[in-house]
Design a protein around this ligand. Sequence first.
Ligand SMILES: Nc1ncnc2c1ncn2[C@@H]1O[C@H](COP(=O)(O)OP(=O)(O)OP(=O)(O)O)[C@@H](O)[C@H]1O
Length: 236
Amino acid sequence: MLEVADIATFYGRAQVLDGVSFSVAPGEVVALLGRNGAGKTTTLKSIIGLVPPRAGRVTFRGQDITGWPSYRIARAGLGYVPEERRIFTQLTVAENLEVGRQPPREGAVGWSEDALFELFPNLAERRGNLGKALSGGEQQMLTIARTLMGNPALVLLDEPSEGIAPVIVAQMARAVRRLKAEGLTVVLSEQNLAFARAVADRAVILDHGRVRFDDSFAALDARPEVRDAHLSVSGA
Ligand SMILES: Nc1ncnc2c1ncn2[C@@H]1O[C@H](COP(=O)(O)OP(=O)(O)OP(=O)(O)O)[C@@H](O)[C@H]1O
């Protein structure tokens, strides 16, 4: 579904990713883990074309998308939910969803508003409220829901559990598992190991712009030294 092959990404002259490679199978949920500044966000931005890699290749559904502008990558079926919530504060929840609507896409899950309200019951209760009236967690859910209105085949989620209340984190985890059950492929960046473990099939650990580990959580549990060296969280 997605193949990231040996990418090198820079901000100006500063190299941030140094030969990052991993692949994601259809229907898989992969968590990118690593400390602050390890390169997780930059990896997602490289995939979606916001910071195009200077070397290496990104292949999505068999197509080389390296160097494509972001809007074209999005149109090919790759959804991106940035860490900072991007909702229209002066529009209602339902109107925000409408803005994200795209025609159905072959080989991707088609989302209706009703299905999204089932996925995020909090949003259903607030469908007539303005975006600015939502809590941070609800805004995060709305950003994800709006991206799903574009019917992506794969969605990139940047730190979906960050800065939201624990009860909302649990709802977010349930939602990500539902996305997988619906057949969506997901790549998410996380600092929260417990959240990643609850939703993902596999962990890809980055440190200083390189992949240090790529395997199951069971394999990670068998390598506490990897966790201690590259993650700042405890092994919850
Ligand atoms: N726009 C930018 N210009 C210059 N350097 C940047 C820029 N954005 C990120 N960096 C640097 O790139 C490195 C990787 O950042 P990145 O945001 O990808 O890390 P991260 O693993 O996602 O961490 P975080 O959890 O803090 O988001 C860091 O050293 C950061 O300072």
